[in-house]
Design a protein around this ligand. Structure first.
Ligand code: AMP
Ligand code: MG
Length: 272
């Protein structure tokens, strides 16, 4: 595949089709090279800034961006890079960690719903309700009869958000096992990044295949017309940034956010 294709079309998991992660190369770049991709990303960021400004001014609709991926897939890096386009006031980021006792005392969507973006905002989820069919499934934190119902519950929840004026875009950042190994090693070796590494990451890494199966099922069962998943090849950070910024820019473009009319003001006014 070559440059010029709409990345939205090639990266989307078509609703009803199964996401075959094993067949997708996390290193593919669709004919882009690094230099041209970085230029195109910068152009996307400018466009995104303008679109966010309009969305914020309009204050009628919200956008929810969900980021998932195995450890070291680049969720934090994507937020850093792509979200620099936005005015932080209109762009709350929520990182979902191990649930608190209070959160566990409620249904799994309770803590998530509270952070759904307000009208005018672009809300970013660094991890999300999908952890409840990923880590929770892989570690058997709840029985299968509980987590297996969650795909449908997630679809219903997202349908409700969409019907209430929230556009949902979900990105799965895909890296391969060797890329994760290199990134962990680099984290460990770099004193400014070692804090991000823990020995527990290596235990999780042993469960690689289980995680891939859980990701595949989540992508297959919850890519819907109202909340599609995009599988982003993320071995190359420059391609990942291009892909995420392109999909977001096209999605926001389609919303055609517009500055609100101001009917109460006179047609001409010179302020002295
Ligand atoms: P990090 O994103 O590296 O700061 O790590 C957050 C940790 O919280 C990850 O290990 C997640 O798997 C874990 N986590 C997030 N949501 C849940 C959840 N619902 N249940 C269990 N663990 C979770
Ligand atoms: Mg971590």
């Amino acid at each position: 595949m070559t440059r010029g294709v709409d990345l939205r079309d090639v990266l989307r998991v078509d609703p009803g089709r199964s996401a075959r992660l094993g067949r997708l190369d996390p290193g593919r770049t669709f004919g882009h090279d690094r230099a041209s991709a970085e230029l195109a990303t910068q152009a996307n960021l400018v466009r995104l800034g303008d679109l966010q400004d309009r969305l914020w001014a309009e204050s009628r609709r919200a956008v929810l961006v969900v980021l998932q991926g195995i450890d070291a897939a680049g969720k934090d890096g994507t937020i850093n890079k792509v979200m620099e386009a936005f005015n932080p006031q209109g762009c709350p980021v929520t990182s979902f960690k191990v649930p608190s006792t209070e959160e566990l005392a409620h249904d799994f969507l309770w803590r998530v719903h509270q952070h759904a973006p307000r009208k005018g905002e672009i809300g970013i989820f660094n991890r999300s309700h999908y952890e409840d069919v990923l880590v929770v499934r892989v570690h058997g934190i709840v029985p299968k009869r509980v987590w297996s119902k969650r795909y449908g519950e997630i679809n219903d929840f997202e349908r409700m958000l969409a019907a209430s004026g929230t556009t949902i875009v979900k990105f799965f950042l895909q890296i391969d096992r060797d890329e994760q190994r290199q990134r962990f090693q680099a984290r460990y070796d770099d004193p400014t990044r070692r804090w991000k590494f823990s020995m527990g990451d290596l235990d999780e890494r042993k469960l690689w295949d289980d995680y891939q199966r859980a990701f595949e099922d989540a992508l297959t069962k919850t890519s819907t017309p109202w909340a599609p998943w995009y599988v982003v090849p993320a071995n190359h950070k420059w391609f990942r940034d291009l892909a995420v910024s392109s999909v977001l820019a096209r999605t926001l473009d389609d919303l055609r956010p517009a500055y609100p009319p101001e009917p109460d003001l006179p047609a001409h006014l010179v302020i002295e």
